[in-house]
Ligand binder design. Structure first.
Ligand code: ADP
Ligand code: 5GP
Length: 211
């Protein structure tokens, strides 16, 4: 390939957050399946595996002792306790990947988003998904069929608190129709990839044009 499409650019950290049940996992899986370039940043968690989840693909499932060891050894880029379980982003590969032009998708909560943004503002793109209504959020959590009534109640109780962090994001998308929401997320990613400061190959290219 020659011309501007071959220009080198830094990778980006594409963060998708939402109140639990609003649809970020659904959007994230589709993005990973349909976009050839972005890779999931697989988090470590102490929570039990859900049906259909795969260790090493959806999460690295670890026990509390191993999680505590990783925190103490400073092996996380960011970490947070959510619903009583530990979650963290392992540092390995992310920094080197970004430099080499690799994009990463993060399915993390607002606490992790703040930590990543504070550490590495220039590479972070923050997207927040909202449900169209609280009733619909409840329907989606019930319909997912992966959590007990008690867990669903805890998630609903936390939903308003999570929604209150909407203004800590660059983009906010209401996930009403899944296809419309997905298309918007794809557009955000496409535009962010073209930001001038990510296109590290531009200087040489423009210099050549102007010779
Ligand atoms: P989260 O990862 O935010 O907790 P999920 O992606 O697991 O949420 O979505 C929760 C449930 O809602 C799933 O059963 C999913 O299939 C469903 N869902 C997601 N987006 C939509 C949508 N736009 N319309 C209807 N159902 C949806
Ligand atoms: P779940 O257990 O439903 O997969 O995720 C629960 C919450 O933890 C979600 O809000 C999800 O975004 C968040 N989460 C998942 N991985 C991480 C992580 O590595 N760091 C942080 N801070 N939050 C995470």
């Amino acid at each position: 390939m020659s011309g501007p499409d071959a220009l080198h650019r830094r990778g980006l950290m594409f963060i998708l957050s939402s109140p639990s049940g609003a649809g970020k996992t659904t959007i994230a899986r589709r993005l990973l399946a349909e976009d050839g370039e972005i890779k999931l940043s697989v988090s470590v968690t102490t929570r039990p595996m859900r049906p259909g989840e795969v260790d090493g693909k959806d999460y690295y499932f670890v026990n509390q002792a191993e999680y505590d060891r990783m925190v103490a050894a400073d092996e996380f880029y960011e970490w947070a306790t959510v619903f009583g379980h530990g979650y963290g982003t392992p540092k390995a590969h992310i920094r080197a990947g970004l430099k080499a032009g690799q994009d990463f998708l993060f399915d993390i909560d607002w606490q992790g988003t703040q930590q990543l943004y504070q550490k590495d503002q220039q590479d972070v793109v923050r997207v927040f998904l909202l449900p169209p209504s609280i009733d619909e959020l409840q329907r989606r959590l019930n319909g997912r069929g992966t959590d007990s009534a008690e867990v669903i109640k805890a998630r609903m109780d936390r939903a308003r608190g999570e929604i209150s962090h909407w203004d800590g994001y660059d983009y906010v998308v209401v996930n009403d129709d899944i296809d419309v929401c997905f298309a918007k997320v794809v557009q955000i990613l496409a535009a962010e990839r073209m930001r001038r400061q990510r296109q590290t190959g531009l200087i040489g290219f423009v210099r050549e044009l102007m010779r």
